[in-house]
Design a protein around this ligand. Structure first.
Ligand code: PMP
Length: 364
């Protein structure tokens, strides 16, 4: 069996132990004589898994029962509209910090439900983003219902290294691409959400965590599948949940716990990003990092080689060496290494060896 080093930005690598367990349980899950995909979501076996997964999520985040964990579908993209649908409306306003392609995606939907204001807009010419605003740069709108930001900009390779102080406003975050990558004070958030397909497992489930007092403020009269309150009241089982995705999420969360929880993830991810950025910075300009140094993402490491031909050659030769999905996002070009939780330190060491070797063999 050949496993590659997988830098896919999402759907992304899943820990091999999780895949092995899923394989072993595929024909007979939990003594049921069938897979988790084939049992009723109303049955006791699935119900236990479902509720345990919510508890595991809370435990890892260090949150108590005052946070509801919801399992939604439609990806983080559906949260872009579900959130404002639940909290905005005619005459209402919300603050959105503009730090990249995905925060713009969130804004596009939010504008359908209210007036959107921008505490900071980090867009440079040509849709380029290289930095995260500093606390002092944030101009908050006193009339905003909430403040939304994107903790990690998957495309641009930038990440917030602090939680903004929003002066008592409800703080909402799209954590799709760095959730559970390191310790974070999740209790600062009124609501946060993440598509699972980067650090949490497969696509198909989007986790939303919302503090109960904030949930109580959501609108009541909404289409059923758009209502946070319905998700809470029905334990995210008003309709058939994405059972298999939730099952893998459950296994990933157990893997995460076994590997030291957020402290454990944080240590490894810190070491990984240091190695990768040192390889970039130590190359005397051969590899050029795209993000400002103090805004660099630990998850998505973006850089360029001396010319686009060398970028292409790098991607091709990396693939031949068993290192896949290294091509940058289409609007960015260059290389993007998405080193999420399931990419090991050893994988990164191998990659750095490849980078150094490539540089020697392909002078600018
Ligand atoms: N937000 C961020 C930060 C993302 O990286 C992505 C997907 N790459 C999305 C939102 C959209 O997620 P989905 O595809 O689950 O709708």
């Amino acid at each position: 069996m050949k496993r590659v080093i997988n830098y896919s930005a999402g759907p992304a690598a899943i820990p091999v132990e999780v895949l092995e367990q899923a394989r072993d349980e595929m024909l007979d899950w939990n003594g049921t004589g069938c897979s988790v995909m084939e049992v009723s979501h109303r049955g006791k076996e699935y119900d236990a898994l479902h509720m345990e997964t919510m508890d595991l999520f809370r435990q890892i985040a260090g949150l108590g029962k005052e946070y509801e964990v919801l399992f939604c579908t439609g990806g983080a993209s559906t949260q872009f509209l579900m959130l404002p649908m639940n909290y905005l409306g005619p005459g209402k306003e919300a603050d959105y910090v503009v730090t990249g392609n995905w925060s713009k995606g969130a804004i596009k939907e939010a504008k359908r439900f209210g007036k959107i204001t921008f505490p900071a807009n980090m867009e440079l010419e040509g849709e380029r983003f290289v930095a995260i605003p500093r606390q002092g740069d944030l101009k908050l709108n006193p009339a905003a219902e909430y403040v939304h930001y994107t903790s990690n900009n998957t495309v641009e390779g930038t990440e917030w290294h602090y939680i903004p102080d929003v002066k008592g406003k409800p703080l909402v975050c799209d954590m799709s691409s760095d959730i559970f990558s390191r310790p974070l004070d999740f209790s600062k958030f009124s609501l946060f959400y993440a598509g699972a397909q980067k650090n949490l497992g497969p696509s198909g489930v989007t986790v939303v965590a919302v503090r109960e007092d904030y949930l109580a403020k959501a609108h009541d009269d909404l289409p059923t599948m758009m209502s946070y309150k319905v998700f809470k009241d029905k334990f995210s089982m008003h309709n058939t949940p994405p059972c298999f995705s939730i099952y893998i999420l459950n296994l990933v969360l157990k893997w995460l716990k076994k590997n030291g929880g957020l402290e454990g993830m944080g240590k490894v991810n810190e070491a990984k990003q240091k190695l990768l950025y040192s390889a970039v910075d130590g190359s005397k300009g051969y590899f050029r990092g795209l993000a400002d140094v103090d805004s660099r993402s630990w998850m998505n490491i973006d850089f360029k080689l001396p010319n686009p031909e060398l970028d292409d050659k790098f991607v091709k030769e990396a693939k031949a060496a068993g290192i896949i999905q290294t091509k940058g996002y289409r609007s960015m070009g260059g290389i993007r290494l998405s080193a999420y939780n399931a990419v090991s330190l050893k994988d990164v060491q191998t990659t750095v060896g490849f980078m150094q070797d490539f540089m020697k063999k392909n002078p600018a």
